[in-house]
Design a protein around this ligand. Structure first.
Ligand code: GLN
Length: 307
């Protein structure tokens, strides 16, 4: 049965923007455009280009249902089931943290690091692969983005990527993303508390590059996060009293897990530049810790190595 369309994209957008503004969204227009774009199955740019286009009743109903959930604070990315990250559409849902734009900096540094380590020339056969681990992979965004870009650069065959998480739910989502981007054969997913293998056990593998976006929000700052964050797994955000509890646990395991000339690239909060250097000094005496900045010039990634 066909239904008579009675509403236009422009009118529905106006309604949505108003509703979300009242509800306190910081980005009411963008939210409404994305949700309406998904509801009509056309995308945001098409919506904007056709303000007078009629919208069917089913699409309008779906859009309004999404507006209700968004007005209650649910993140747009969960409503859409996807988030753009490093040029990829990453599937997201409540099983894992939504990838943040600032984490693209970590992938960028990882890409540069891996390409640099592989060197410009060809690798003699028999050279062992470069071993990379994404600790606390969550949605798999970092591992999948890195694998995808390395494949584009024809470097994926020389790299072994492991991605860990302590949440089976997150690992399930991460695997879906790896399959969705055709890199499932290049990433080994392992359930682990930080690194594979029991802490301190002999035979813990040596990684050349350790990547992590671990929880680093100070516990007392958790209630101050945007409402949307309350829909995300708290264990992916809450970094304990000073925000560095989980990162510090990883630091303590680096001597056993990092190859002699390896490097760890760890995302940190913009206000944790000094704290991470101090924490490294205490936990890893004699090691070096440099803080890389993001596009906004803020501390964002700690680069840690021996000596
Ligand atoms: N940047 C995130 C936020 O402020 C925190 C991510 C994390 O703890 N790793 O919401």
């Amino acid at each position: 049965m066909s239904q008579v369309p009675v509403e236009t994209t422009a009118a529905l957008l106006r309604e949505g923007v108003e509703r979300l503004r009242e509800a306190g969204s910081e980005t009411p227009r963008l939210d409404a455009e994305l949700l309406l774009g998904d509801a009509v199955g056309a995308g945001r740019t098409v919506i904007l280009a056709h303000p007078d286009a009629p919208v069917g009743a089913d699409a309008a109903a779906r859009y309004r249902a999404d507006l209700v959930r968004r007005a209650a604070g649910e993140p747009v990315a969960y409503l859409r089931g996807l988030k753009e990250f490093y040029g990829l559409a990453i599937s997201v849902d409540r099983r894992a943290l939504i990838p943040r734009p600032e984490t693209e900096r970590l992938v960028e540094l990882a890409e540069t690091e891996v390409m640099h380590r592989l060197g410009a020339g060809s690798r003699p056969s028999g050279t062992p692969p470069l071993r990379v681990v994404d600790v606390g992979t969550g949605s798999g965004a970092i591992a999948v983005a890195l694998a995808t870009v390395l494949r584009q650069r024809r470097a994926l065959a020389f790299v072994e990527i492991v991605a860990t998480d302590q949440s089976d739910d997150a690992l399930g989502l991460a695997r879906e993303n790896a399959v969705g981007h055709a890199v499932a054969d290049a990433i080994r997913f392992e359930r682990a508390d930080l690194l594979p293998g029991p802490a301190g056990a002999a035979g813990v593998p040596s990684f050349d590059v350790i990547l992590a976006n671990l929880p680093y929000v100070r516990h007392d700052a958790m209630p101050g996060l945007p409402v949307a964050a309350s829909f995300e797994p708290q264990m992916a955000l809450d970094g304990g009293v000073e925000g560095l509890d989980v990162i510090t646990r990883l630091l303590a395991r680096l001597p056993a897990a990092l190859a002699e000339a390896g490097v760890a690239l760890l995302e940190i909060g913009a206000d944790q530049g000094e704290a991470i250097v101090e924490r490294c000094g205490e936990t890893l005496p004699g090691w070096s810790c440099l803080v890389e900045r993001d596009l906004a010039g803020l501390p964002r990634v700690a680069r840690i190595r021996r000596g």
